[in-house]
Design a protein around this ligand. Structure first.
Ligand code: MN
Length: 323
């Protein structure tokens, strides 16, 4: 698999870091998704192959839909700050700040190697070892790195990485899917994993509560055909987030930009934006302190729901109309 010369150099610099590590801390972005968790589990397994004691830390409790990933119990919501970690690994984080409670890691900055392995185009290029490739997923990236560094891809690791790639490419449908993505997926399938089985676990295991949420979302759907915009909102108390509403709504014909606002029980508003065209959603997300890709972005705002919606939609409409 191809990697840029810059990345190749950074990959070649990892073995000494690994050799100098007895205890490693692996972390991922806040509200971790399948790419983050799947990649963290795979990377932890690779480090373990070198005899390293690995802690995987994500302060946010994992969503139920992630609980089937092999080895998921290794992910901790807390870690022991008195442990002298020899290296800190950030996966799927466009910036250090994307990690919930990243300030807890600051004591290691400048003292221990910080390794940044990511695929976001807006990565802030933090850390002592910067491995950033704008490809589909960290999952795809780790397959390439594993090939280079001769890590062993067990069926459990393959499951985690396949799930990561499949998730970030929307089942290999989004435009971030390339020939190399399929090559990575093929290498994983050759380990003996069953894509049909994994597909069922990932995409055909929505609890009935998810359909209730979808029902509410669809009843509140607003379509602005002239802007090719569609949005909906889920007020407080809607129920658990067991279905990706935004992925359902994006199926709508003529909707190039799709937004879902969700009011959490703590009053925080989570905004999910998707774009089938150019990088509007990323621009708008950045304006509100959020982040993401040209085609998928997220924002976290304080409530109330109406105010947050008005602010984001106003900005979005202006941005769309200015094109
Ligand atoms: Mn990702």
């Amino acid at each position: 698999m191809r990697l840029s010369d810059k990345t190749l150099k950074a990959v070649e610099a990892l073995p000494p870091v690994i050799a100098g590590t007895r205890r490693a801390l692996v972390t991922v972005h806040r509200d971790p998704d399948t790419d983050a968790v799947g990649s963290a589990l795979a990377w932890a397994s690779f480090l373990s192959q070198s005899g390293i004691d690995v802690t995987i830390w994500a302060a946010d409790p994992l969503e139920p839909y992630l609980k089937w990933l092999p080895g998921v119990d290794r992910v901790q919501t807390d870690f022991d700050e008195s442990v002298d970690y020899d290296s800190i690994w950030f996966l799927d984080c466009a910036s250090m700040e994307r990690v919930r409670h990243y300030e807890r890691l600051l004591p290691w900055v400048g003292k221990r190697p910080i390794i940044n392995i990511d695929h976001h185009a807006d990565n802030s290029l933090f850390g002592d070892h910067i491995l950033v490739e704008t490809i589909s997923s960290v999952g795809e990236f780790l397959v390439a790195i594993a090939e280079r560094l001769k890590f062993q891809i067990t069926p459990e690791v393959a499951t985690c990485l396949y799930a990561a790639i499949s998730f970030d490419t929307g089942r290999f449908l989004y435009s971030n899917t390339t020939a190399q993505t399929f090559e990575a997926a093929a290498a994983l399938v050759w380990t003996g994993i069953d894509p049909g089985d994994l597909g069922r676990r990932m995409f055909e295991s929505v609890p009935a509560s998810g359909f209730e949420v979808l029902n509410i979302a669809l009843s509140r759907l607003v379509i602005e055909p002239e802007r090719r915009l569609a949005y909906t909102s889920l007020p407080k108390g809607t129920g658990p987030d067991t279905i990706k509403v935004v992925d359902f709504v994006r199926q709508l014909e003529g909707a190039d930009v799709v937004v879902v606002f969700r009011e959490q029980d703590d009053g925080i508003i989570r905004v999910n934006l998707r774009s089938k065209g150019d990088g509007v959603v990323n621009t708008v997300a950045h304006h509100f302190g959020g982040g993401g890709h040209a085609k998928a972005a997220g924002i976290t705002l304080s409530g109330p729901l109406d105010t947050a919606m008005a602010a984001v939609l106003t900005r979005l409409r202006e941005t769309l109309d200015a094109r």
